[in-house]
Design a protein around this ligand. Structure first.
Ligand SMILES: *Cc1c(COP(=O)(O)O)cnc(C)c1O
Length: 516
């Protein structure tokens, strides 16, 4: 098509309107088919080995163009179909999500309009949409007036962003002897963030979780006192609101009180769990979230957004500027081309009262969101969440999150009642763990190994996706029940798969493994 005479009149790197519409129509058909029938294929996706993928896709850089519509077809039928179907109703692995059609359109719109909520001068409208969406999230999570923040790539970057501010506001540029605290159930991205921020591994104290897999406040308090007495400098506690392993929620009100008394920054990693706060039950389960200095929440988890969209929220969002404002990092007296897009930094006394990113703040002036985080040029991640919330309304999201919590309770009840299943941690928000345990098999390496083999067999069968994790040093199976398409029947079916695989493997005995 690139050789048709009409194309010679086209500007570089463009297609005729007819070609754009043809490829667009096909793309939308593919999108609608994918979103309408998430269970149209095996949960684990099409299976291809690395070799097969290599054979099909590796090629030299394509010197000449091909037909876009044909490329879209090829992608949808092969590479994009090889990978777990997170939105399959029987996908319980990791943190499945669903995606929404408005979110797909939003990503396309943001791309087409080259929306860039970085500097007000180039992206005032996009910035406004991000500020509004952020303020909605603050309000929905029950954070105090004046809270704000920004969208980032995910929970990892949100944690990094928050911990950078904690470091800069509490340590005065001197990292020596500083100590941060979390439970041993915290997400690895916490340790990763501290590493990136220049702390040694010994500067993160992972306190062993209690019997309910939560951070024990008394043990933590004693450790902080001991460290202080030893000349160290405690500055930060990282609570988890919904651990990735079991959905456990650290005791937020008690941690907030401890942090207040000790003058420590409290960061709450609610990447998965924080959004439970939009439900009535979640308001109780996550009481105290509002006392955090900073909160991580991942809309690409329990707000059903396609990747990637994470979010960091702070009680005092203007503190982000202290760490991230471009002007702070200028290496040249004349900041060059960037200076035109910079607005002067507000006087320190105006922090928090400035236009800022806060919920309650009056819209008093331009905002450069690039001054609030790692990225200078940034995409309009907010748009997919904005358009999803506007299309379906918060109520639909609240119901979907509440249903996910109910399904976790249902699944926990089923596992507890089944003679060959054992519940190893109760429903924590949207997550439960259990194991297949045939009568007479004691706890130990053999039972542990059985869980891994049961998971492999279930995954290979393509009917459900349930993967193992470790709880209190033992191998268990884990289910995350947030997919709004999932039903109790899907949970029953997954347990049936687990029990069938377990029976077969236990009967076969070791060492016969799954065929995969
Ligand atoms: C998923 C998760 C993260 C990391 O989030 P990404 O979006 O994958 O970067 C951090 N903390 C917790 C508790 C999580 O569950």
């Amino acid at each position: 098509m690139n050789d048709t005479p009409s194309n010679h009149a086209l500007p570089p790197l463009s297609l005729s309107e007819a070609d754009m519409l043809r490829a667009g129509q096909r793309t939308i058909e593919r999108v609608v088919a994918r979103l309408s029938r998430p269970d149209a294929g095996p949960v684990r996706g099409l299976h291809r080995t690395r070799d097969e993928l290599d054979k099909e896709w590796r090629e030299p850089p394509p010197e000449h163009g091909e037909d876009l519509t044909a490329l879209v077809d090829r992608l949808a039928e092969s590479a994009l179909a090889v990978g777990m179907r997170s939105d399959h109703p029987r996908c319980f692995a990791f943190v499945p999500t669903a995606g929404t059609y408005p979110a797909v359109l939003a990503d396309a719109l943001a791309a087409a309009f080259l929306a860039v909520p970085s500097a007000w001068l180039v992206g005032a409208g996009p910035t406004q949409l991000e500020l509004v969406t952020i303020s909605w999230l603050c309000e929905l999570l029950g954070l105090p007036p004046g809270s704000g923040g920004l969208f980032v790539s995910g929970g990892t970057e949100a944690n990094l962003t928050a911990l950078a501010v904690a470091r800069d506001t509490r340590l005065g540029g001197d990292l020596r002897g500083a100590r941060a605290y979390c439970s041993d159930q915290a997400h690895p991205s916490v340790a990763k963030a501290l590493h990136i921020l220049g702390f040694g591994r010994d500067q993160l104290v992972a306190v062993p979780a209690d019997a309910s897999l939560r951070l024990p406040v008394d043990v933590l308090a004693a450790r902080i006192r001991q460290d202080r007495a030893g000349g160290l400098r405690p500055f930060l506690v990282i609570a988890t609101a919904g651990t990735t392993g079991t959905g456990a929620v650290d005791p937020l009100p008690e941690l907030a009180e401890l942090c207040r008394a000790e003058g420590l920054w409290l960061h709450t990693d609610g990447a998965i769990g924080a959004t439970a706060r939009i439900t009535e039950r979640g308001r109780t389960l996550l009481a105290g979230l509002e006392a955090s200095d900073s909160v991580t929440v991942d809309p690409h988890k329990w707000l059903f957004q396609p990747y990637d969209i994470g979010c960091v929220l702070l009680r005092e969002p203007e503190l982000l500027r202290g760490t991230f404002a471009m002007a702070r990092h200028s290496v040249d007296v004349d900041a060059g081309y960037l200076s035109a897009s910079q607005t002067p930094a507000p006087p320190a006394s105006a922090a928090g009262a400035d236009a800022g990113t806060g919920t309650g703040a009056a819209p008093t002036g331009p905002v450069n969101l690039s001054d609030y985080g790692v990225q200078l040029t940034r995409g309009l991640r907010a748009l997919k969440l904005w358009l999803s919330l506007k299309t379906f309304g918060v109520r639909a999201f609240r119901d979907a999150v509440a249903d996910g919590m109910r399904r976790a309770e249902y699944a926990a009840g089923r596992a507890a009642a089944h003679p060959e299943l054992e519940l190893t941690s109760p429903a924590g928000l949207c997550i439960l763990t259990f194991r297949y345990r045939p009568a007479g098999l004691p706890r130990g390496p053999e039972l542990d190994e059985l869980q891994a083999r049961v998971s492999q067999a279930v995954v290979a069968g393509g009917q459900a996706m349930v993967v193992p994790t470790r709880v209190r040093g033992e191998q268990v199976l884990r289910m995350c029940t947030i997919n709004p398409r999932g039903t109790e029947a899907d949970i029953d079916a997954a347990f049936d798969q687990v029990v069938a695989a377990g029976r077969e493997l236990a009967a076969r005995g070791r060492p016969a493994g799954a065929d995969h």
